[in-house]
Ligand binder design. Structure first.
Ligand code: FAD
Ligand code: NAI
Length: 469
């Protein structure tokens, strides 16, 4: 391909960048997307959402077959694990989906430039091609969608063998006997669940006194309790100050977060999952004149435009939750606004889901936030123990909590821990987006027997008249 001029160059082919590219092409722009990893789909499809959910699915089936079928009267022989086959399946799912994005690019006539992009001016990107050589692309507009990378932990060097990031944890060649997870957030609890279900003894070391910080505190507490029941161990209020690797394993030095006596624990595998940070290395932001803040995030205005006119940014590289659907929502809104449309994302209404079992799903304000904001609210709660479908499935852990304005009954937040919470939260998102009330959810017909009946009951409970409790 010779050097080309485009209406839009997107740097980064993750769920932010590739979705923006598709929407821009749909709106009539001539688009190129520069991606360096050799496949499209970004962190999410290659080493994030998709492979982790594939392993969560497989490990859940393994665990269920081992321990959950007898109660249904299903007898099995000895259940054994073929880890390589499990990993191959995961890789197949990833390949299918990343290939699907490449197909969508061809369908939408988007030029996929396979290489690493660097600004040579605010409108020109030089791409070091993976096949060798360089290609220069010029854009009327350039969209930065370069995503994020693992946040490092001083004193604990990731080698992706014994001390791994999420990427290494998605590709272990054997089930560790002892696994220590540093950080009890999204990645730690999801990947910890995978390896615990496959037989590892998993210990989570968390700096704070709660897991999944930022989520409603009652959910966090409940999640920790359920995961403990499943066999995971938690060391709360603890920090890791150093790591030593040897053939026999890794020795970690720990101390209380507030300071105090040191102690050591050993593990075969250590997962570092203390967060992610924006990735812009080698991009040449300074050459383009684009500013980043002290956390490496690129500040943008309501049009997702950076401080340099014509240069935009979306996804993990800007502020906000580092979630795939948020990145895609940014991408669509960004290119629609370029074309004069009035797209808008309400960041208070972006759902978050932790895909442990039970799942945790949340949207809107937490109780802690409402208290801090001085908002008067009512709480409606309903346990899955009293939801007939949950009983049928044998998935009775957890509850649904609806928070509504005390005066207007407007739903301000919905927090679910339970089976398929991630699917159920969509109804709550819709309600929040339409400024619906708890009474609205309570008045809507919900098919029986479904898990969603629990949401209706929790909404009815706001006014004190849940039916089945
Ligand atoms: P990315 O997906 O990171 O994509 C950026 C792309 O840009 C990368 O492919 C990178 O190679 C490329 N790139 C960077 N610099 C250049 C350059 N100079 N030239 C060319 N290419 C470049 N989110 C969810 O919503 N649900 C989940 O279940 C979920 N699970 C996750 C599990 C794990 C283990 C991890 C790590 C993350 C998970 N996430 C999940 C988060 C999600 O993956 C990110 O929020 C999302 O991928 C961000 O999208 P993005 O497009 O902004 O960036
Ligand atoms: P996280 O921010 O979710 O959790 C990090 C945890 O590490 C926090 O609980 C924090 O208190 C703790 N921590 C920080 N420093 C520590 C230290 N020194 N010692 C011990 N604990 C420490 O980050 P995580 O899990 O790495 O995931 C990164 C991001 O990727 C998530 O925030 C999320 O945006 C995204 N993600 C989303 C998923 C989903 O949507 N299901 C799944 C996986 C990742």
């Amino acid at each position: 391909m010779s050097d080309m001029t485009y209406d839009l160059i997107v740097i980064g082919g993750g769920p932010g960048g590739y979705v923006a590219a598709i929407r821009a092409a749909q709106l009539g722009m001539k688009v190129a997307c520069v991606e360096s990893r050799g496949t499209l789909g970004g962190t999410c499809l290659n080493v994030g959402c998709i492979p982790s959910k594939a392993l969560l699915q497989s490990s859940e089936l393994f665990h269920e077959t081992q321990a959950g079928l007898a109660v249904h009267g299903i007898k099995t022989g000895k259940v054994s694990l073929d880890l390589k086959a499990m990993m191959d399946r995961k890789d197949g799912v990833v390949a299918g989906l990343t290939g699907g994005v490449a197909f969508l690019f061809r369908k939408n006539k988007i030029d996929y430039i396979d290489g690493f992009g660097t600004f040579t001016s605010a409108t020109t990107v030089s791409v070091k091609l993976n096949k060798g050589g360089t290609q220069v692309a010029t854009g009327k507009r350039v969209l930065i969608a370069t995503g994020s990378e693992v946040a490092p932990l001083p004193g604990v060097t990731i080698d992706e063998k014994q001390i791994v990031s999420s990427t290494g944890a998605l590709a272990l060649e054997a089930v560790p006997k002892e696994m220590v997870v540093i950080g009890g957030g999204y990645i730690g609890l999801e990947m910890g669940s995978v390896w615990a279900r496959l037989g590892a003894k998993v210990t989570v070391v968390e700096f704070l006194d709660r897991v999944t910080p930022g989520m409603d505190g009652e959910l966090s507490k409940n999640l920790q309790r359920v995961l403990t029941k499943q066999g995971m161990t938690f060391m709360m209020g603890t920090k890791v100050t150093g790591a030593k690797t040897a053939k026999s394993g890794v020795t970690l030095t720990l101390e209380p977060a507030k300071g105090g006596e040191e102690k050591q624990i050993k593990a075969d595998i250590v997962l570092v999952s203390i967060g992610r940070r924006p990735f812009t290395a080698g991009l040449g932001l300074d050459v383009a004149g684009v500013k980043a803040d002290d956390k490496g995030r690129i500040p943008v205005d309501a049009d997702y435009q950076t401080n340099v006119p014509g240069v935009y940014a979306i996804g993990d590289v800007i502020a906000g939750p580092m979630l795939a659907h948020k990145a895609s929502d940014d991408g669509v809104a960004c290119v629609e606004r370029m074309m004069g449309k009035h797209a808008h994302v309400d960041y208070d209404k972006v759902p978050g889901v932790v895909y442990t079992w039970p799942e945790v799903a949340t949207v809107g304000k937490t109780e802690e936030q409402l208290k801090a904001d001085g908002v008067e609210y009512k709480v409606g709660k309903f346990p899955f123990m009293a939801v007939s479908r949950a009983k049928v499935q044998g998935d009775t852990d957890g509850f649904i909590k609806v928070l509504a304005d005390a005066k207007t009954d407007r739903v301000l937040g919905v927090h679910i821990i339970g089976p398929d919470a991630g699917t159920m939260i969509a109804e709550a998102v819709l309600c929040l987006e339409f400024d619906g009330s708890a009474e609205d959810i309570g008045a809507i017909s919900h098919a029986h027997p479904t898990l969603s009946e629990g949401l209706r009951e929790a909404a009815l409970a706001v006014a004190g008249h849940a039916l089945h409790i």
